[in-house]
Design a protein around this ligand. Structure first.
Ligand SMILES: Cc1ncc(COP(=O)(O)O)c(C=O)c1O
Length: 436
């Protein structure tokens, strides 16, 4: 099939996510036929470097042989089975390995990130109810935070364009000041600002903890906020405050987990253990939808009872899908076999250095990096910067999705030095062309 034909059929048949469909009257869809490594290819053979890891899910490139093989082998044995009342080896092995990696346990599976958020919120509320505190019905999150689009997840998300329309449908939640260091006052360090945000959090929780079930945050990087980065001190502070006031801490590591920030999980950089951890995206290396919510033993025990309604009666049809679990196990194998975290240290330093050189003298600010996430803000008054830059980058064969005036790079970990050079060089040329 040719590019043009597929585009027309897609516009007629598919409602694309996060899209005003009318915008495709002027901005065409990109039809992809196959992928290899960091590259995506359209039907006419044009290629695009996937600098956003296909919405932050791909870790080891497209068409990754080990993950593909693991899925194929699993397909020969068992493609799916109901997980209520039944179990299977991939889900058990994966749960054991995730527990060993996180220090949490009792993996509860779903398919998308938003469902993992929903599960954590529901479990937290239900824990307090089972523990004689049914008044704890409210949730706290961070300003500019993002936790997904289903109604519960959207209630703790703070991105106006996604949330405002649905406001009458949402749960009660309050947003705390974001420790994003770009918001620090002049002369204030990232740590001092994080500490000031910690004070605000403490004040709020001290006053309202009897109504608050949980505080949910994205550790170290608020990705959808435009790769807003913050000091790990804030996480330590949040852990301490939540423990003292009996409020659950939910770490949403859906985007930052699996090595993205430099450690396997971002919480490790603050040496904290949350009460719940939500994982998804990179968990299957970008192959299949899978998400999981892990919790502490204490939380699990509050549900363990003779009474059915004290149990967590939540479910999704594809919970713990064996193919997705096999992909996740292969992903963890690659981390172990290839020393991914160590090699990413060097790679992220190289990306930082090349990007800094590329940006020298250009109208940008707040260059920042955390592991395999690099970002900077463009100084531009163009109202259409986001859309214009996206399209100009695509024309050059680079898939970037700026968020407002923030341009970020979040490539698959298998990106080579020469691909980093090319990507940074293209960005420099694009900025020159569009902004100067
Ligand atoms: C931090 C975070 N939480 C939750 C989600 C929602 O995940 P999903 O899109 O798989 O529902 C996302 C998606 O970008 C995310 O970045």
């Amino acid at each position: 099939m040719e590019n043009q034909e597929l585009l027309q059929r897609s516009l007629r048949a598919v409602w694309h996510p996060c899209t005003q469909m009318k915008s495709h009257e002027s901005a065409p869809l990109v039809p992809i036929s196959h992928g290899q490594g960091v590259w995506l290819y359209d039907m006419d053979g044009k290629r695009y470097l996937d600098a956003v890891s296909s919405w932050w899910v791909n870790l080891f490139g497209h068409n990754q042989p080990q993950i593909k093989q693991a899925i194929c082998e699993q397909m020969d044995a068992l493609e799916h089975v109901i997980l209520a009342g039944f179990t299977h080896e991939p889900v058990v092995r994966l749960s054991e390995r995730l527990a060993a990696l996180t220090g949490l346990g009792h993996c509860f599976y779903a398919s998308d990130g938003a469902s993992a958020t929903e599960i954590a919120l529901k479990m937290s509320f239900h824990y307090w109810r089972n523990s004689g505190k049914p008044g704890k019905t409210r949730f706290l999150s961070l300003q500019n935070g993002y936790h997904g689009e289903t109604l519960g997840a959207l209630s703790v998300t703070d991105v106006a364009i996604f949330k405002d329309t649905y406001a009458p449908l949402l749960l009660q939640s309050e947003q705390m000041p974001s420790p994003d260091w770009r918001l620090a006052a002049e002369g204030e360090s990232a740590e001092q600002y994080a500490s000031r945000c910690g004070d605000a959090l403490e004040q709020h929780i001290a006053a309202h903890h009897e109504q608050i079930a949980a505080f949910i945050l994205e550790p170290l990087v608020q990705c959808a906020a435009g790769m807003a980065m913050y000091s790990s001190l804030y996480l330590q502070r949040a852990r301490d405050i939540c423990s003292r006031y009996q409020v659950h801490l939910i770490a949403d590591e859906i985007a930052v987990g699996f090595g993205r920030t430099g450690t396997m999980f971002a919480c490790e950089q603050a040496a904290i253990r949350p009460d719940f951890m939500c994982l998804s995206k990179g968990i299957t290396g970008g192959y299949l939808p899978l998400s999981v919510t892990l919790c502490t033993e204490e939380i699990y025990q509050a549900f363990y009872d003779d009474s059915a309604v004290r149990g967590f009666l939540h479910s999704h049809s594809y919970t713990g899908n064996p193919l997705a679990c096999a992909a996740a196990l292969a992903t963890l194998d690659i981390f172990e076999r290839d020393g991914v975290l160590e090699s990413n240290l060097r790679k992220s330093a190289y990306m930082k250095q090349q990007l800094e050189q590329a940006l020298a003298g250009l109208p940008v600010m707040h260059a920042r990096q955390q592991g395999m996430i690099a970002a900077f803000d463009v100084i531009s008054v163009r109202q259409d910067f986001q859309r214009d830059f996206y399209q100009a980058a695509l024309a050059r064969g680079l898939l970037l999705r700026p968020i407002g005036n923030t341009v970020y790079l979040m490539p698959p970990y298998v990106i080579s030095d020469s691909e980093i050079d090319w990507m940074c060089g293209e960005i420099a040329q694009l900025l020159q062309e569009r902004l100067t």
